[in-house]
Design a protein around this ligand. Structure first.
Ligand SMILES: [Zn+2]
Length: 212
């Protein structure tokens, strides 16, 4: 079997060959970026916003993290804030018009959160702490439905986590201001890997609707 890295180098060579045909496109890109959309998605290898939405290089500014979560606005400098920095850059400097938060079914981060809920001590250096952002999602999922099979509980939790991320996103003053001035729209999406389909959250109805 071909080594994974060797395969990637082969892919790069093919990219070079094919992209040579689009010399002007890449030449223009090197002059600067002007993406209209920030995407915050899970870093799961199967959730690839550019491919799912067929976006070209330069179209979407993307930050990915475990479970695609948005942390609350927090200016204490006791830790590093990669996602918050990306949000700040996208909203204040790139002036994006849309923010898409993308979660997905079968998220390992959410599964870990559910699994570890009854354990007192953290077992990872970073993941457990990071997943605390979504802890209220678990509580919400459990309070609305009792004794759910684990797969359904996870799905509910994944959806609730997206709602928490929307709420957290709006705690960023730059986001709240741009949204209030109608310069920025926030969208939450759920990707179903098996069905390769996207659902869009409708906050007015509090439902995820399949995009047709
Ligand atoms: Zn995930």
């Amino acid at each position: 079997m071909e080594d994974a890295f060797t395969k990637l180098l082969k892919g790069y060579r093919s990219f070079r060959e094919n992209s040579a045909l689009r010399k002007e496109f890449f030449h223009d890109l090197h002059l600067g970026q002007n993406p209209q959309t920030l995407v915050i998605s899970c870093c799961d290898s199967r959730v690839v916003p550019n491919i799912i939405m067929q976006a070209e290089p330069g179209e979407m500014f993307i930050t990915r993290n475990i479970a695609g979560l948005v942390p609350p606005y927090d200016t204490s400098h006791t830790s590093y804030h990669a996602t918050s920095a990306a949000i700040e850059y996208a909203v204040l400097h790139l002036k994006v018009k849309h923010i898409i938060i993308m979660g997905h079914k079968g998220c390992g981060g959410i599964a870990a959160l559910i699994e570890r809920q009854n354990k007192e001590h953290s077992h990872t250096d970073f993941i457990d702490k990071w997943m605390e952002i979504a802890k209220p999602a678990l509580a919400a999922a459990e309070s609305s439905y009792k004794n759910l099979p684990s797969e359904q509980k996870a799905e509910l939790c994944e959806r609730e986590a997206l709602k928490i991320s929307i709420k957290n996103l709006l705690t960023f003053p730059c986001v709240a201001q741009a949204a209030a001035e109608k310069k920025l729209q926030i969208h939450a999406m759920m990707f179903d890997i098996k069905e390769f389909s996207l659902s869009l959250y409708d906050p007015a109805k509090d439902v995820f609707e399949l995009i047709k």
